[in-house]
Design a protein around this ligand. Structure first.
Ligand SMILES: Nc1ncnc2c1ncn2[C@@H]1O[C@H](COP(=O)(O)OP(=O)(O)OP(=O)(O)O)[C@@H](O)[C@H]1O
Length: 225
């Protein structure tokens, strides 16, 4: 069984004449251990797709199945638990807490999700691999966009989620860092069985993907398998 799947999913924003069909009958499935890339032009529905796949918002119709559970009927508490235990998010906004030093961002993640997080040594290795290990005593505002982005990636991976959903994870990164992140995603997927789903404009990430889909005007096609 697939780790995540969407069946006949539609998403309509707005009402009446101002309606926008952001997702149009999407069928999608992905397995543990895959790096999946979703590309498409601006406004094509990529972020909408990712937020529905991550149970951050509901589809207008269709089924969303995460780890064998159909989420449509879940209440907000159940959805919170599902997201906490199963999904690591890498969002465009980075979602770092502005008044916490970088090391405290990880302490906070450990307070929110208490079990199955990385040991200190694993975290140190991860931060070193992403070349952000010297930044632990800084605040987010003292970092560049690319440094913040790599911290957000480390924080998402820190809790060992079976599913990582990434929205434009390399938008602020130079090519050297794209290589680091691409290799890291492959390592987590192929060695640890993590499912990585990323939506992006960044063609530099294509070489690290096992499967590539394209969304145009809310419709999804598989491009490379
Ligand atoms: N909350 C919302 N309310 C109304 N319309 C929305 C909302 N979110 C997205 N849309 C619309 O849905 C469509 C798809 O948007 P979405 O953000 O998913 O695209 P995208 O491919 O991620 O774009 P980008 O690459 O620019 O981030 C767009 O027409 C957008 O304007």
């Amino acid at each position: 069984m697939s780790l995540v799947s969407l069946k006949n999913v539609n998403k309509i924003y707005g009402k009446g004449s101002s309606q926008i069909k952001s997702l149009d009958n999407i069928n999608f499935a992905a397995d543990a251990g895959q790096v999946v890339l979703i590309e498409g032009p601006s406004g094509s529905g990529k972020s909408t797709f990712l937020t529905i796949l991550g149970a951050l918002q509901k589809a207008t119709s269709g089924q969303v199945i995460i780890s064998g559970e159909e989420i449509t009927a879940m209440n907000s508490k159940q959805l919170d638990q599902l997201r906490l235990n199963k999904i690591g998010f890498i969002l465009q906004s980075y979602a770092l807490v502005p008044y916490l030093k970088i090391r405290e961002q990880f302490v906070l993640a450990n307070i929110i999700k208490k079990t199955n997080n990385m040991q200190q040594l694993q975290l140190n290795n991860l931060l070193e691999q992403l070349q952000v290990n010297e930044l632990l005593d800084k605040y987010p505002k003292e970092l560049s966009g690319g440094q913040r982005q790599r911290i957000a990636i480390a924080r998402a991976l820190y809790t060992n989620p079976p599913i990582v959903l990434a929205d434009e994870p390399t938008a602020s990164l130079d090519s050297k860092c794209v290589t680091l992140v691409g290799q890291l995603f492959q390592q987590f997927a192929h060695q640890d069985g993590t499912l990585i789903v990323m939506v992006t404009h960044d063609q530099r990430l294509e070489q690290y993907a096992d499967v590539i889909y394209r969304i145009v005007d809310g419709k999804m096609d598989k491009r490379i398998d």
